[in-house]
Write a protein that binds this ligand. Structure first.
Ligand SMILES: Cc1cc2nc3c(=O)[nH]c(=O)nc-3n(C[C@H](O)[C@H](O)[C@H](O)COP(=O)(O)OP(=O)(O)OC[C@H]3O[C@@H](n4cnc5c(N)ncnc54)[C@H](O)[C@@H]3O)c2cc1C
Length: 403
């Protein structure tokens, strides 16, 4: 009977914290759990994932699950492409259905200037072997027949960047699947264990102080996304990041009529239809910095006004839920990933509104960094150091509302 119960659990019940771990991962979101999962590949199993709330309580459980790799810079496109490819095999790898639907991704253009920028992006993407191309309004209509593409609107559609491998996935399944695998590999998952302080001696972190006791750690990984600057402060590391809220909402389920993700930076909206028939919609981050995840009426008013211009048939659909999550924004809209000036303290931060799609490649590359003590080539451009070298990787036109 006990065995049966054990089998039903996704991961072991947390025990007392040990006094020492080879690796302490702070943050039980998609990045922290993916890192614990991939550390298995290197035989590193004396690992603790410390999460101040429940697993997936941060942005991992609040995002709108858009995956894509059609970024603007070669560095970004290569990096996110590697992640989407890992996602393609992740259900099998975790033996857990993540409901990944590669339904395609449309970034709408509403001006000649936008068409020019997207043509440029498509070229960069294709040079990296990524399926991405500029299409006209007729093809947009074919891909999203239910969407209004005519002239009688505030922002007539002039074309779109079409990215067939993009799509949506089930975010809580990703979190649980990664946690289950990390646990099966020996990592300990400790929900409701808040990191309160880090002890630093010279260039090393020597201890992690938590709400359930203190532990020693060989390596400490800060995978706290929206809270990353707070954790870095504890280590005496400065991050050029501000934290904002991003809001999203979902309608009641309706019959399926949209099987592509639609994004418009100019209209500040993105929209997809979930497997359950709900329309999942979101907008741009709020401009003020905060850790308070409270939604606003303005968000719903602006979002629904623009959504109805594209999908007037949703006029009577009711909004079931709205929520907000934290986003850690870097100045160049690219992540800050890997080493800091503290030898054994690495970060995964600067994920803004687009970090969920990066979870597998973050986990894989951070695990490699820990195991080999070398920065993988793929993440070298995203080093914190770039802000001191003035060597930014600007994704401004391809990130932000585009997710
Ligand atoms: C509304 C919304 C929509 C989004 N849509 C998309 C999208 O469509 N596609 C996409 O790619 N990205 C999207 N994102 C961004 C994406 O969700 C994040 O960039 C990504 O989830 C961040 O990585 P994570 O999952 O590890 O972070 P999180 O899930 O936030 O994990 C960080 C964890 O650290 C924990 N923590 C914080 N402080 C401490 C502490 N002191 N001690 C212990 N634990 C601590 C937190 O509780 C949290 O669980 C969206 C974000 C939001 C808010």
């Amino acid at each position: 009977m006990r065995d049966l119960f054990r089998k039903r659990r996704m991961w072991r019940r947390p025990t007392e914290l040990k006094s020492s771990y080879d690796v302490v991962v702070i943050g039980g979101g998609s990045h922290g759990l993916a890192t614990a999962h991939y550390l298995r590949e290197h035989g590193i199993t004396n690992v603790a994932v410390l999460e101040k709330s429940y697993i997936g309580s941060g942005a991992a459980g609040r995002n709108t699950t858009i995956l894509r790799s059609n970024y603007k810079t070669p560095e970004g496109a290569r990096f996110y492409d590697a992640s989407v490819k890992l996602y393609e095999g992740l259900s099998r790898e975790l033996d857990f259905n993540l409901l990944f639907s590669q339904c395609g991704h449309l970034t709408l253009a509403h001006s000649d200037r936008a068409m020019f920028v997207m043509a440029n992006r498509a070229e960069v993407n294709r040079l990296q072997g990524i399926d991405s191309r500029l299409i006209g309004p007729d093809e947009v209509k074919q891909l999203a027949p239910a969407m209004y593409v005519g002239p009688d609107t505030s922002y007539p559609i002039t074309g779109a960047l079409h990215h067939p491998p993009g799509g949506i996935i089930r975010h809580d399944a990703v979190v649980w699947g990664l946690a289950r695998s990390a646990d099966a590999g020996g990592a300990e998952i400790h929900p409701y264990t808040e990191v309160l302080g880090l002890d630093r001696s010279g260039d090393r972190i020597t201890g992690v102080r938590t709400s359930r006791g203190d532990v020693r750690a060989g390596v400490v990984l800060n995978c706290t996304a929206g809270w990353s600057t707070l954790l870095c402060d504890m280590a005496g590391v400065q991050l050029p990041i501000t934290t904002h809220i991003l809001q999203a909402c979902v309608t009641e389920p309706v019959k399926p009529f949209l099987d592509v993700v639609v994004v418009s930076s100019q209209m500040h909206i993105y929209i997809s239809q979930s497997d359950r028939g709900e329309f999942v919609m979101g907008s741009e981050i709020e401009p003020w910095t905060t850790y308070r995840t409270q939604g606003t009426l303005n968000f719903l008013q602006d979002l629904t006004r623009h959504t109805l211009e594209l999908f007037p048939q949703l006029e009577h659909a009711r909004i079931l839920r709205a929520w907000a999550g934290l986003c850690d924004l870097s100045p160049d809209y690219s992540p800050i990933l890997g080493r800091t000036e503290v030898e054994n303290f690495h970060v995964s931060a600067g994920w803004g509104t687009y970090g969920f799609k990066a979870a597998p490649i973050v986990g894989k590359t951070l695990a490699e960094l820990v195991a080999t003590d070398r920065t993988p080539e793929l993440i070298a451009p995203f080093a914190l150091e770039r802000f001191y070298r003035d060597d930014l990787v600007s994704e401004l036109a391809a990130a932000a509302v585009s997710h």
